[in-house]
Design a protein around this ligand. Structure first.
Ligand SMILES: *Cc1c(COP(=O)(O)O)cnc(C)c1O
Length: 467
């Protein structure tokens, strides 16, 4: 119950000064951090206590020393928690490309390349032969061309930036024709009409939500048209009475009418995923071969590399993109380029692609392998959580995530965790409080861990030390 005004002001008067509180912190904390930071952390804790007092939820302890102690210990706790950066968690969602959990996990070679680039001076923009300035994209461009059949390629911070930059370069002040079935939104903030507006291009919608025909594009092309844009509807699917125009037909129309074609592929697979028994995603090389002037795709979705946006296509279209001042603002840092280059190197060697690239390795784990992992995980959790928890192995479906293969999950094995006294939500919270935290999902009223994204079930033992 909230206290009355007199009691509250009495209680607030007991609050020690910031200076006293800072001096009450453990000496090693006082010696390790600068004073401005300690003052701001103490103030934040005092504010929390004042708010709790006003709400009547958390009375101050009695006695000045006890209050000082409480503030000091809380501040130390918050400093310890805040300085540690991101925490490694166990991804038990089964979603291999989980945007909230960092998307693609990198291959070892990419991780090594990042440490090298971080630790040492590198030839980022230095040409050893000429002894002078080189090009920052050179290292990845040749590999991208080899892997996609494109004449030229360039790289920016992410695929959203790639689309923005390409539209701005090729269509600022002019029209871009897009099917109404492809005016998509990805993860809240990337919406084709908004990106279009920011690029300075004018959106010209054609067709309908479920059906767009070649003649819709043909009728809309005029003197103002710069581009026909195709967008891969990554995260949803239109089924039933539908029609969309094949990229090859669009390219033929564009060539006849003197306009360009660009495609935002989203994930952009570099290899045909059917080879690994997965549902097909558009392959970049096929789109280039079909005549698409430019394609854009992400580095950290199915490609399995770092966050990056790749633009590949005809040299005469890539060149002005490279020279656009926006390119400088959207370019990649050396760590991403190093990781991307190492990841592309794995595709070029190809022999053990699936084993070397975590994204493909996780996507292609067999139900048999997952079944074994699930039983191993069940044993560990049953032992660590005790007999009150009911833990069962079940067949289920993993989503791939980040708009790859929407609606086309892959067969997996899950653990379902139930407890007679706790809701699924309470169990999920308990798993999130473990260290490392375990992030699963709730399904059919049970807390569910999908083994697809847990390669080594013994990590679960680390999260729940023996009781
Ligand atoms: C994911 C996606 C984007 C955004 O890519 P980011 O790399 O996350 O910026 C854009 N377009 C499509 C079709 C996508 O699937």
């Amino acid at each position: 119950m909230p206290p009355n005004a007199d009691d509250l002001s009495d209680a607030l008067r007991q609050m020690p000064s910031v200076d006293e509180c800072v001096r009450a912190l453990a000496p090693e904390v006082q010696n390790s951090f600068n004073r401005g930071y300690l003052v701001s952390m103490v103030r934040a804790v005092q504010d929390q206590l004042r708010r709790a007092l006003a709400a009547g939820t958390d009375p101050l302890p009695t006695g000045r020393q006890a209050i000082l102690e409480q503030i000091a210990r809380r501040t130390e706790h918050q400093i310890a928690a805040s300085g540690t950066g991101w925490r490694a968690v166990v991804n038990a969602t089964g979603v291999v490309i989980h945007t909230n959990l960092g998307r693609a996990m990198l291959a070892e070679a990419a991780i090594d390349a990042i440490s090298l680039a971080a630790r040492s001076a590198i030839t980022l923009e230095y040409d050893l032969e000429k002894g002078g300035r080189g090009d920052r994209d050179r290292m990845v461009e040749d590999d991208l061309c080899a892997l996609t059949g494109a004449q030229a390629a360039t790289v920016v911070n992410n695929n959203a930036a790639a689309v923005l930059l390409a539209l701005n370069t090729l269509a600022e002040g002019r029209e871009v024709i897009v099917s109404r079935g492809e005016l998509i939104e990805i993860g809240g903030s990337f919406r084709i009409p908004d990106v279009m507006r920011k690029s300075g291009a004018r959106l010209r919608e054609v067709g309908t939500t479920n059906r767009t025909h070649l003649r819709d594009y043909a009728e809309a092309i005029g003197p103002e048209t710069a581009l026909l844009l195709k967008v891969h509807p990554s995260n949803y699917r239109v089924i039933g009475f539908t029609a969309s125009v094949a990229i090859a037909d669009l390219c033929r129309l564009a060539a006849a009418r003197g306009v360009e074609v660009m495609e935002d592929l989203g994930s952009g697979a570099l290899v045909d995923l059917r080879r690994f028994g997965l549902h097909p995603e558009p392959v970049v090389r096929d789109r280039i071969e079909a005549g698409t002037g430019l394609v854009t795709f992400s580095g950290d979705k199915l490609l399995g590399g770092p966050q990056a946006g790749i633009i590949a296509g005809r040299r005469d279209l890539i060149e002005p993109i490279r020279n656009n001042p926006l390119k400088r603002a959207l370019r990649c840092d050396k760590l991403s380029l190093a990781a991307l280059s190492a990841t592309l190197g794995i595709y070029l060697r190809a022999a053990d692609l699936v084993q070397t690239l975590p994204v493909l390795r996780l996507l292609t784990r067999s139900p048999q392998e997952l079944e074994i992992a699930a039983h191993r995980a069940r044993e560990i959790l049953a032992q660590r959580l005790g007999g009150e928890f009911e833990i069962t192995v079940a067949a289920s479906i993993s989503e791939i995530g980040s708009g790859a293969m929407p609606g086309e999950g892959i067969e997996t094995r899950v653990l379902k965790v139930r407890h007679p006294g706790h809701s699924a939500g309470a169990i999920a919270a308990m798993f999130r409080r473990a260290n490392p935290a375990i992030i699963g999902r709730i399904s059919e009223d049970a807390f569910t861990l999908d083994l697809r994204t847990i390669e080594d079930p013994s990590v679960l033992a680390a999260s729940f030390p023996p009781i």
